[in-house]
Ligand binder design. Sequence first.
Ligand code: PMP
Length: 432
Amino acid sequence: MTAYRDMSREELLELKSRLEKEFEDVKGKGLKLDMSRGKPSKAQLDLSMGMMDVLKSTSDLVCEEGVDCRNYGVIDGIKEAKQLLSDMMEVPKDNIIIFGNSSLNVMYDTVARAMTHGIMGSTPWAKLDKIKFLCPVPGYDRHFAITEHFGIEMINIPMTSDGPDMDLVEQYVENDPAVKGIWCVPKYSNPQGITYSDETVHRFAKLNPAAEDFRIFWDNAYGIHHLYEDKQDYLIEILMECKKEGHPNMVYKFGSTSKISFPGSGIAAIAASDENLAEIRKMMSVQTIGHDKLNQLRHARFFGDIHGMVQHMKKHADILRPKFDTVLSVLESELGGLEIGSWIAPRGGYFISFDALDGCAKAIVAKAKEAGLIMTKAGATFPYGKDPKDSNIRIAPSFPTPEELEVAAQVFVLSVKLVSIDKILGEKVEVE
Ligand code: PMP
């Protein structure tokens, strides 16, 4: 493969007209494809249908505490759900609170509580002139939406293959008391599929924040979402690490079964130190009389224990793996060596992150749309929707069928090629 930049103007123009013809053919097919959001496919949802049968009208609906799950009571989660989710999140079962159906909701509430009431007696964030959050980029758009919603200033922190650039994180956190938090997706990150290295986690735990109410928002959404049995990432458990370093209160850890059972109908949890949880329970007791215990019971009985959940995740992996492999092999065979984009082959999670030539992401997403392929909006992986290089595109291969995915990947690479050629031709004109 010759890199596009090494081709002459004439060669590029000829290639462009060939690819444009191909593109017109594809457009003529009237395709309707979507690689925009990380939703499980129907086949994956079907894996959890047994959950519909575990609770029947004749079932014993009393949980381990002896409470009837149909009624009020047990505000922070029934024992069997705590056991299951604490094993999933690798924390002691006394350091967890079970919430409702969404971890994002818990993250929002956690920020909201800090804004209005402050953390452990410190000034409520809303009363301070300026509050800042560090945002490893590319990252998860809904995290950034929460902090933007509360008027919190977001600071981009570039991701490396080991996690966020820790030199920068230390510099900000240890010197600027306005920095109150950092969003982290530490395992199989959204969107790059990167897992933080041991050194990165150690450096997080060793942080000496300038602000006493600084918190790490550790969203381990993809903790057990491996794609391969023989190639899995390992992440050091942050709660224990922070405790060892003498900073037990510095982290809130979030998780849910959204991409294990049913997104929107799973169960979510927060894990944190005793002191942090005591504060959260206080607010929770004002907010609710209790979350959905029947759903907690359903999850606990369906999975049995963490081993059941791990087996279940292997079935998800069997469905997802061929899809990731399809996209990755099209990227490799069609774009390998052309030097018009780079990507990381993840070992888990829900996304492939693609970096186009600078200034090309928006145009590529628009081009793909012309041919009926919806991609995540360019820029969405950055705070304020602004990718300073206009380069990152998130590919979500989970939802389409394998057949659709093959076509979608082809449309995508065709769009990348066409936009890149235009960009390089433009540069060649400038040079001449
Ligand atoms: N965190 C990350 C990193 C995500 O990608 C998602 C979307 N699946 C969520 C949180 C949302 O989780 P929940 O459904 O538990 O709100």
